[in-house]
Design a protein. Structure first.
Length: 590
């Protein structure tokens, strides 16, 4: 254990001398207040330390003590439903000790040492095990069976295993290693946050992460184990999109990182999630959620750690064979923390003052996502999908963080302030967004939803692109200059925008749309367009086709209750056919 003294203090950066025996990324305790910090640079016997707490009042000569261990997280039962700060300190437990205001230097265990968990063994004495094998389970919440795994790199034969009530510090199994030595294994393991957890093999992204958000699932889907970016200006709905994905994405576990965003947004998550009922299970969403809060009023340096803390916890659940969705809101604030520390270290700045290694740090974070086979004999499959919000100043996505992110991610949901001002939410611009997973997951949609899914998607995208061109003509010469088929195109596109892409996150039915209902909605809109085009060819009046009363029924179909969807779909289709016939025969009776 290395000890030294403070030489200089510059905001969250502390330079200590006499630290020759310390290592890079060691966790240190600074001054008599024992503030937590991490060594980020070494020069001779001088260590540059980023301190994760308020450094006011520190003075040269104060002691600095290295723990000799890298920044690590505790992984074990008790993670689910908890809320941590950026360095995995449980905020609820800290509040019980120090009240509503965080005190400096508080030392609280990340996982409660006094809670007893019921351990159920899954192996027997004499069984050979390797890193990643499941020794047993703990029922952490009603939704999460917490699998107790052999730590990576450990192997041997089970010498002892006990069941019953255990705390996270108790030994539940003893393994005999190849060298004949005993290896105790408990409910908890530690893992350095800056090192990705190992896995067996990375699999190709062949199945979508279903979110229930129509513009995402239909037009710009993300694969299970995929990475997506949500850039957008202030007020365009980034946080609501993140909340919707956290609530409804088809993931077993959700890890939500509030990194440098406003405290009231994190408060919304804390207030909403316990009250929200998971429609698939009937339990509160908090029963499968881990929250990490490092808001804008918390220390800047801890933002940098919060991203790694969150993704390490997410990887741990991925290794159990779960599908995990990680929301990072937002990586721009994380990059700003990097910029601040880089500036204090007097490094050569890159574009807009960000460090030159910004792109590589972002890549290191996002590449930890993926669909993998976990370590262990059973080759179970897990997935970690990462959705990062980006908050470019003034909505300018040409700035360095947005551009570096776009070079890495494969899904880009472009939030548009002009759509947000029109109250069109989610404000994802269908002309500038894209998904590079379409080719690999189209087969899944064709086999599991509808054989014509890809054709439907292509058709509505073509209509939306044609609409953008026609709108320019309308602005120049007016609607009267358009031909009847073009008028119909505009009406069909308006229906796609207003009746399909627009989705109300606060309506209990519209907030989540299953894939089968999404397909029915597309079929209704395209059937209206196709039948109107056919009627137009037979001489029908375009004004009457545009004014069909069935348009109202098509628009209201998104509010159909799940049990009424099939009957209502058939009813609207029949009404559409009847009204089109009426227009063609000149016998409108509606």
């Amino acid at each position: 254990m290395s000890t030294g003294t403070i030489k200089k203090v510059a905001g969250p950066l502390v330079i200590a001398k006499g630290m020759r025996d310390a290592n890079m990324f060691d966790v240190v305790r600074v001054s008599q207040a024992r503030l937590i910090g991490e060594i980020i640079e070494m020069h001779g016997d001088e260590a540059s330390i980023q301190v994760y707490e308020e450094t006011s009042g520190l003075a040269p000569g104060s002691p600095v003590e290295s723990t000799g261990e890298p920044m690590s997280v505790e992984l074990g039962p008790g993670l689910i439903g908890n809320i941590y700060d950026g360095i995995q300190r449980p905020l609820q437990d800290i509040m019980e000790i120090s009240g509503n205001n965080l005190q400096r230097g508080v030392e609280v265990a990340s996982l409660r040492r006094d809670k007893v968990w019921e351990f159920v063994p899954a192996v027997q004495v004499g069984d050979p095990v390797i890193g990643g094998d499941i020794l047993g389970t703990v029922q952490e919440t009603e939704l999460v069976s917490h699998k107790i795994m052999v730590p990576p790199g450990v192997s041997g034969t089970v010498k002892e295993i006990t069941s019953g009530g255990k705390t996270v510090t108790d030994t539940v199994a003893v393994l005999t290693g190849a060298d004949g030595k005993d290896i105790p294994v408990g409910l908890m393991q530690k893992w350095p946050v800056r090192r990705g957890r190992p896995y067996g093999q990375k699999l190709s992204p062949e199945m979508p992460l279903i979110t229930g958000q129509r513009v995402i699932d239909t037009l710009f889907p993300i694969a299970k184990g995929g990475v997506a970016a949500v850039p957008g200006p202030f007020g365009s709905g980034k946080t609501v999109v993140q909340h919707q994905l956290a609530k409804w994405a088809e993931a077993d576990i959700v890890v939500y990182i509030g990194c440098g965003e406003r405290g009231n947004e994190m408060t919304d998550v804390l207030n909403e999630f316990p009250e929200l009922v998971d429609p698939k299970t009937g339990y509160s969403l908090m029963k499968r959620t881990v929250l990490i809060a490092n808001t804008s009023d918390m220390p800047v340096a801890a933002r940098e750690a919060s991203i790694y803390t969150g993704i390490t916890i997410a990887e741990y659940f991925r290794d159990m064979g779960y599908s995990v969705a990680l929301m990072a809101d937002s990586t721009s604030r994380w990059a700003e923390a990097l910029r601040e520390m880089s500036g204090r270290l007097e490094e050569m700045p890159g574009e807009e003052g960000y460090p030159a290694y910004l792109s590589s740090r972002l890549a290191q974070f996002y590449e930890r996502a993926g669909r993998v086979t976990a370590l262990g004999h059973d080759h179970r499959e897990g997935a970690l999908s990462v959705i990062g919000a980006v908050s470019p100043p003034g909505g300018d996505i040409s700035e360095p963080v947005a551009q570096a992110t776009l070079r890495i991610v494969k899904v880009f949901w472009s939030l548009d302030s002009s759509l947000a001002y029109k109250r069109h939410f989610p404000a994802i611009n269908w002309l500038t967004s894209y998904s590079l997973y379409l080719d690999t997951i189209s087969k899944w949609f064709t086999e599991n939803v509808s054989s014509d899914w890809v054709a439907l998607r292509t058709k509505i995208m073509r209509l939306l692109q044609d609409e953008a061109e026609l709108e320019e003509i309308v602005q120049l010469v007016g609607m009267d200059a358009l031909s009847a088929p073009d008028r119909l195109k505009l009406e069909a596109s308006r229906s796609i925008r207003e009746d399909f892409l627009h989705q109300n996150a606060f309506d209990e039915v519209d907030t989540y749309t299953p894939l089968e209902k999404q397909r029915d909605m597309l079929l209704l809109i395209t059937a209206y367009y196709d039948q109107c085009v056919a009627a137009l060819d037979e001489g029908a009046d375009v004004e009457k086709l545009i004014a069909l009363p069935v348009r109202e029924q098509i628009g209201r179909f998104k509010y159909a209750q799940p049990e009424q969807v099939k009957a209502q779909y058939e009813q609207v289709m029949a009404q559409l056919a009847h009204e089109i016939d009426g227009v063609k025969n000149g016998k409108e009776d509606f």
